[in-house]
Design a protein around this ligand. Structure first.
Ligand code: 3HC
Length: 677
């Protein structure tokens, strides 16, 4: 775990704990010992600490959190580095994150390769830097920069770190770093301790910072604690500041928010793994992609590949639809460029990679073809049958369907092994989630390639089995059915939505319906009014696009409760003979959120999702589930499955006849087990 090499009078200490040199107990012990030994060795004049492999260090070993502590603690190791009587240089390449950067902050000098990135991302795990980072970083770079780095958690590039005073010297390259660090260490004559410095700031700075970031940090424990700890750096000597930091760290790490955020970290990484597939499976090369349909989805999907420098052939039925689609893509790129996030050259480069065409046979040389036309099984089958006659052997044929059976679509071809679902979420160029749908006959290498290409274009892919709505949309079905029923029984759209937004969702079911379009799936006959949705659509209330849906919208798309909708709901109740009653927030919670958990449990027991945490990833990245609540399945475990099962049983009649309780949920609740298969 720790290797040491003596280069004449400079000792090189190398942290070697693949894949990220996490600072687990053995690394800490090794570091402490190597340092102590070096102090007593008169032949050693200076010390260099660096990381083996692809980075300096990814920080503390997150798997150790929540377990009994093992000596030495990281803060003790960092203090020992700083206390060294011989100059210590941290040589940083790749990433220096969290505890990794704190080790580097304990060192007296820092040299970094130009591609290195340095950061304190603890806040995204619901904690704060707990090994002196909140005390040493402000002493080195000032309060403003330190607050920015610690509260955002975003790493900065080596060049910026050098400007800020965090890095003393930039090396030529990763390859030359070790040698340059040793030569640098040899020039140093004495330690230079960051802890000896002091830092001051007007106390108002902290309040201002909190106020400026109020929206981002609302309801989150860690950012508040980060601000308090950095403030302590301006008020207390290092050791007392560190005590304060430690106390805050202990509080946070034991809290529900940090547990949830750590769960999300590991859930994301687990989702990348496909059960039962050999690790060394050969992936299919994807160098050219075809997209069928230049609508909103087709355009968004195409942009992902273009941005990743993969050429796209885009096919449409009519020239005007094709032109419109290409125009929208360009407009989207230009809007990003206007915000300074792309250069004009990058826009042109991306748009230069798209080949718009009306000729279906132009798809013949594509390695992956994604169908993104409207949801109609007959149309999709016809397209896939045509594709079967055109696509080259081994090409992957994907559908972006949100609900329909990949098996039925695959059966329209003679190569069901090459067919899979790639379900992007709208807007597809922005939303991170892709459900990679595995048909009964999808070949393992096609599935693995689907996961891989999704990652390459910056997405978070999750494997799903075939069922109506896959993972995410299937869970919306009981939620929306109950939300609709609750309106008729006496709730208002505002009340139902508020329960969801208070919970932390970006929007509630009716705000979401307005955004997506109330008219989705509408039969388009204004005289046929069988549901509330029919009644709204008949009045032209199609959602945000018409400035009227479940809410009224102004020109800036700000919603206000609608008296018209209230009347429509009243009329509907009267016709159905429903006498409205007071609906409690608790009932809304049970019938919308708990019912989603129940559907998730069914998805799990049917094997549609590989693991409970995959469902959480779907909800985090596809629907904005608050990360600090982990995801619906993690959250259910924190609420208590017995409590959820009891509440669902209590409301079973109201939930609807088609609603059945998941045997897995009941079983786990009875046995006190978490919701995992
Ligand atoms: N502890 C334990 N395991 C870690 C880890 C860590 N800090 N960082 C990464 N891993 C594991 C991952 O779980 C994954 O395991 P798996 O292969 O079994 O799934 C493996 O290492 C590789 O990770 P990635 O797939 O994420 O590798 P990448 O190369 O894509 O990314 C990374 C590398 C940028 C370092 C990324 O892993 C990352 O962001 N890690 C977490 C960084 C972080 O939050 N550090 C702060 C830790 S808390 C801390 O230091 C507290 C201190 O202040 C006291």
């Amino acid at each position: 775990m720790i290797e040491t090499k003596l280069h004449d009078d400079v000792l090189e200490i190398v942290m070697a704990n693949p894949p990220v040199n996490a600072l687990g107990a053995q690394v800490r012990q090794g570091l402490a010992k190597a340092l102590a030994d070096a102090q007593g060795d008169p032949a050693i004049k200076a010390i260099v600490i660096r990381g083996a492999g692809k980075m300096f260090s990814g920080g503390a070993d997150i798997t150790e959190f929540g377990k009994p502590p093992v000596d030495p603690w990281l803060p003790q190791v960092v203090d020992a580095i700083e206390a060294s009587a011989k100059p210590v240089v941290a040589a940083i390449h790749g990433m220096a994150l969290g505890g990794g950067l704190e080790v580097a902050l304990g060192a007296h000098y820092r040299i970094a390769s130009p591609k290195a990135r340095l950061g304190l991302p603890e806040v995204s795990l619901g904690i704060l830097p707990g090994a002196g980072g909140t005390q040493r970083l402000p002493r080195l770079v000032g309060v403003e920069t330190a607050l920015g780095m610690i509260v955002s958690g975003t790493p900065i590039a080596a060049s910026k770190a050098a400007q800020a005073g965090l890095v003393d010297k930039l090396a030529e390259s990763d390859e030359s770093l070790a040698a340059e660090a040793i030569a640098y260490a040899r020039t140093l004559t004495a330690p230079r301790r960051t802890g000896d410095r002091s830092v001051s700031a007007d106390p108002a700075v902290f309040e201002q910072f909190a106020a400026q970031n109020a929206r981002k940090i609302k309801g989150l424990d860690a950012p508040q604690a980060c601000i308090a700890a950095v403030k302590a750096a301006t008020e207390l000597p290092l050791d007392q500041g560190q005590e304060k930091e430690r106390a805050l760290f202990q509080q946070l790490v034991a809290g529900e928010q940090s547990k949830a955020l750590r769960h999300v970290f590991f859930a994301e990484r687990a989702a990348a793994k496909i059960d039962g597939l050999p690790k060394d499976i050969q992936l299919r090369p994807i160098t050219k992609v075809g997209v069928i349909g230049a609508g909103t989805m087709g355009g968004g999907i195409s942009m992902n590949f273009l941005s990743a420098h993969i050429p796209v052939t885009m096919v449409e039925m009519a020239q005007d639809a094709l032109d419109r689609g290409i125009g929208v893509m360009r407009k989207n790129y230009e809007a990003t460029a206007a915000k300074g996030r792309l250069t004009a050259e990058q826009v042109e480069k991306a748009m230069g990679l798209v080949t718009p065409t009306l000729d279906f046979s132009a798809l013949a040389d594509c390695d992956l073809i994604i169908e993104a036309v409207y949801e109609n099984m007959d149309v999709k089958k016809e397209i896939f049958a045509r594709l079967d006659g055109i696509a080259k052997p081994g090409a992957m044929l994907a559908s972006n369907t949100s609900y329909l059976s990949i098996d039925e679509i695959a059966a329209a071809t003679t190569r069901p092994q090459d067919v899979l679902g790639l379900h992007f979420f709208s807007p597809a160029n922005v939303m991170k989630l892709v459900e990679v749908v595995r048909g009964a006959k999808t070949a393992p290498d096609a599935l693995a390639t689907g996961m891989d290409i999704a990652r390459k274009i910056g997405k978070v892919p999750v494997v799903a089995g075939v069922c109506y709505g896959f993972i995410g949309n299937r869970m919306l079905i009981p939620r929306q059915a109950n939300a609709n029923a609750l309106l008729l029984e006496g709730a208002t759209p505002e009340q139902v939505d508020r329960v969801h937004t208070d919970f932390g969702m970006p929007m509630g079911p009716f705000q979401m319906a307005d955004l997506a379009g109330v008219d989705i799936g509408w039969h388009r006959d204004p005289s046929r009014i069988e549901s509330l949705q029919d009644a709204l659509c008949a009045e032209g209330r199609w959602g945000q696009k018409k400035q009227a849906g479940f809410y009224d919208y102004d020109e800036k798309r700000r919603p206000t409760p609608s008296p018209v909708v209230a009347t429509i709901i009243d009329d509907f109740r009267a016709r159905a003979g429903i006498v409205p009653r007071d609906i409690s927030d608790e009932e809304i919670m049970v019938r919308t959120l708990y019912s989603m958990v129940n559907e998730g449990a069914k998805i799990l027991e049917e094997g549609i999702a590989q693991r409970a945490s995959d469902i959480d990833v779907v909800w985090n990245y596809g629907y904005g589930w608050p990360r600090h609540k982990g995801g619906p399945m993690f959250w259910a475990d924190t609420v208590g499955l017995d409590k959820i099962a009891q509440a669902l049983t209590r409301y079973q009649q109201a939930l609807g006849a088609e609603f059945t309780l998941s045997p897995l949920l009941l079983d786990c609740a009875a046995q006190g087990k978490p919701l995992d298969r």
